[in-house]
Design a protein around this ligand. Structure first.
Ligand code: BT5
Length: 272
């Protein structure tokens, strides 16, 4: 068994035994690992509906049906990136649901900063390095009648160069940790451990100003002109000012009027 785990570590493959060992200090509700899966979010949604414990995680080496928002595709080729979904069950989160994407985003950016990188959050759910998309977040809800039963937080992180999709398959430029670091990154397990440690930290502080301040400080394009596209509406152009206390985005439009963008299908771009 030790030989198998050792060989996996040398080849930088992932396996369940080694993941459980690396993540042993995190109080996970449960862990499922797959060499290949359709989507970790789909598996986590089903597991949540079956009663998975709080902070259970589904991790895959490869996704064949990885999803972004509105069923856009998320590419996770074998051996190249991190794709995982966390199941959250705490009722303490309910008053702060709109902030959960901030918790996830800061978890990823802090793991990047720990590698000496300089990440930015393209509101609401993208993490950029050098203005290129390096990670994405997909938050989904399991309902029980009118109440929220649980949340599934999916995160996809481009670790190695091979995780970056060809330009013709994506709408926004993409990169990977390896491309930006210009050297071999730490193992995916270690990066995952750092993301989860930061997640536990920020989740405990979901209701605080500390979270909003840290989230706002690292927003991409702050003070710059951006265009925000919201489903079915005319795009809004303005200067990106910062965040409201619920995590909504605040712009100043061309008439210097304050505009608040709430979550939904939003896509944000610099105007240049
Ligand atoms: C997202 O959606 O960025 C959320 C991505 C969440 C992926 C995770 S992986 C684990 C879990 N299981 C899942 O099935 N999903 C979650 P959105 O903002 O809608 O962006 C999607 C767009 O990103 C696509 O339309 C592509 O243009 C682009 N894209 C796809 N794969 C990419 C990649 N690996 N790197 C950079 N951009 C990518």
């Amino acid at each position: 068994m030790r030989d198998f785990v050792g060989t996996c570590q040398v080849l930088n493959l992932m396996n369940e035994i080694s993941l459980k060992r690396t993540l042993s200090k995190i109080n996970l509700g449960g862990l499922r690992y797959f060499d290949s899966i359709g989507s970790t979010n789909d598996n986590a949604l089903a597991w949540a509906a079956e009663g998975a414990r709080d902070l259970s995680i589904v991790i895959a080496d490869e996704q064949t049906q990885g999803r972004g928002r509105l069923n856009r595709k998320w590419f996770t080729p074998k051996g190249s990136g991190l794709a995982f979904s966390l199941i959250l069950r705490s009722s303490a989160l309910s008053p702060h649901l709109s902030r959960i994407v901030g918790v996830a985003a800061l978890s990823i950016t802090e793991s990047f900063s720990g590698l000496g990188l300089d990440p930015r959050i393209k509101w609401p759910n993208d993490i950029l390095l050098n203005d290129k998309k390096t990670a994405g977040i997909l938050v989904e809800t399991v309902w029980s009648g009118d109440d929220i039963d649980s949340l599934v937080i999916g995160m996809g992180i481009n670790v190695y160069k091979a995780s970056v999709p060809p330009a013709e398959l994506i709408q926004f430029p993409a990169t990977s940790i390896e491309d930006v670091l210009e050297k071999k990154p730490p193992s995916r397990e270690k990066i995952l451990l750092n993301v989860l440690n930061a997640f536990v930290y920020w989740r405990e502080r979901i209701g605080t100003d500390e979270l909003i301040n840290a989230w706002e400080r690292i927003l991409a394009f702050r003070g710059e002109q951006v265009q925000v596209h919201t489903a079915g509406e005319i795009p809004i152009t303005g200067e990106l000012l910062g965040l409201e206390s619920d995590g909504s985005l605040r712009l100043s439009d061309v008439h210097d009027k304050s505009v608040i963008i709430r979550f939904g299908d939003v896509s944000l771009r610099p105007t240049a």
